[in-house]
Ligand binder design. Structure first.
Ligand code: F0G
Length: 456
């Protein structure tokens, strides 16, 4: 059969409250045009994030009942640890309440003023945690990957030449080399197995630990299996183990590719660093056999890790986004190509050339999608990345709107509705106006900034 179906049946449902265009106009005004400020009951299709928004399986709900809530030595931790190690063979697995807690612990230990942390692309919380210690976060994405229309299979690769240059020139400042798979900020694009191994080899040559941000590891493994020569016949868990075997550690948000509604971990091979991390964990998260999580969360994650590497799931997952992408391209809507693993990214710069970057075309587009169809996406552009630590503002490399797909939540008719909404906004794009920020915090401003339309 050619049709790829959702490989599950639905037995618990959550109603969607329908809203009118006029209601949404008023809701936007009340939220000062920040989509993070809109109550989720006022959203029809919520694509703000794929993080923590997954539908759990019947087996995960069953596993919750098994949760052992002992403060120390819970068997739920043993099952969680075994499930992580089955895919990511690190010596130490340290549970945290989510990915950023793992980042905060790691960089509180190895960051600090004057340090420099290179990566293919850091996500915003990773960058935020690095910069909070006084260190510098450096993105080393290849130039070709910056072109939203370049149809390359692995646009999440590390620029190996620039990594080597950085280590040659500034190696004394570098505490570790990071790699994000898939690359979220740059469009959900995967890194190839060859590139991951090559980046790890360069890090090893300069005696730097290689740390993977593994949030969307299963989606990345699926792209390796389907796009990389020689990988087609390998099982997904085998590819996953291959990816992580070349690293000395990982940070993880289990809210992505572990089907968790909450959770994360820091995994390390270095005994001394792990001991220091556990000491910090006890201060900030909890005892090392639960971290920031309940025993039942650990059980749900252990089960989720066995489901996320299922090929029927991954085939459907990646195809669902491709389906949306194909229809948008056919309608002339500019998107990041090829479509990423967890999201479809609209190219606001190409769609709205009349709105300059410092008038936030991505924000304007995200607002229009909500008003048109109650669809909530997320600006990934100058609002998110434009404010520099010294207070200056610069245009981001890309002006995108991310439509991130929660796992196992929406169906194909939701996808068709989404496509219709985007095309309707695209047809009236020349009437969209730029925006300005009327109020913003010092860091991570996209979460709480307030906006207004500009008339120029
Ligand atoms: N790394 C990447 C690549 C991420 O995408 C995220 C979260 C994190 C780290 C932090 O994990 O949320 O569990 O603390 N990304 C979410 C998103 C928020 O919407 O893409 P966390």
């Amino acid at each position: 059969m050619k049709t790829i179906i959702e490989p599950f049946r639905i037995k618990a449902v959550e109603p969607i409250r329908m809203t009118t265009h006029a209601e949404r106009t008023a809701i936007l005004e009340r939220a000062a045009y920040n989509l993070f400020a809109i109550p989720s009951r006022d959203v029809l299709i919520d694509l703000l994030t794929d993080s923590g928004a997954a539908a759990m399986s019947a087996e995960q709900w069953a596993a919750l009942q098994r949760g052992d809530e002992s403060y120390a030595g819970s068997p739920s931790f043993e099952r969680f640890e075994a499930a992580v190690k089955a895919l990511m063979p690190f010596r130490h697995v340290i549970p945290t309440h989510q990915g950023r807690a793992a980042e905060a612990i790691l960089f509180s230990l190895i960051g600090g003023p004057g340090k420099l942390v290179p990566s293919n692309t850091h996500f915003d919380t990773t960058r935020g945690n690095i910069e909070a210690t006084g260190a510098e976060a450096l993105d080393l994405l290849p130039d070709a990957a910056r072109d939203p229309r370049a149809r390359l299979p692995f646009k999440g690769d590390m620029d190996l030449a620039r990594l080597e240059d950085t280590l040659k020139r500034d190696g004394h400042r570098v505490p570790c080399v990071m790699m994000t798979i898939t690359n979220n900020a740059g469009g959900g694009q995967p890194a190839s197995l060859a590139n991951i191994h090559a980046a790890a080899a360069i890090a090893r040559k300069y005696a730097k630990p290689f740390i993977i941000d593994g949030c969307r590891f299963a989606e990345n493994a699926w792209f390796i299996k389907t796009r990389e020569p020689g990988q087609h016949d390998r099982a997904i868990p085998d590819i996953v183990r291959d990816i992580f075997s070349c690293a000395e550690g990982m940070t993880m948000s289990a809210k992505k590719d572990a089907f968790g509604n909450i959770g994360g971990w820091l995994a390390l091979n270095d005994d001394a660093l792990a001991e220091a991390a556990r000491a910090r964990l006890i201060l900030t998260e909890g005892f090392p056999t639960y971290g920031g999580l309940a025993g039942r969360d650990l059980e749900a994650l252990a089960q989720g890790l066995s489901e996320i590497v299922d090929e029927d799931y991954l085939r459907y997952r990646i195809r669902a986004n491709e389906y949306i992408g194909e229809r948008l391209i056919a309608a002339g809507v500019p998107i990041v190509e090829p479509v990423g693993g967890h999201a479809v990214f609209l190219d606001a710069k190409a769609m709205l050339p009349h709105i300059p970057p410092l008038r936030y075309p991505g924000q304007s587009l995200a607002v229009a999608l909500y008003e048109e169809g109650g669809v909530r996406g997320c600006e990934i552009g100058t609002v998110m990345f434009g404010r520099k630590p010294d207070g200056s503002e610069q245009p981001a490399a890309l002006e995108l709107v991310r439509l991130a797909m929660p796992r196992r939540v929406y169906t194909q008719s939701h996808a068709d509705y989404l496509i219709e909404t985007i095309i309707a906004v695209h047809e009236r794009r020349e009437g969209l106006r730029g925006m300005r920020i009327t109020q913003e915090p010092k860091a991570l401003r996209h979460f709480t900034a307030r906006f207004a339309f500009v008339s120029d």
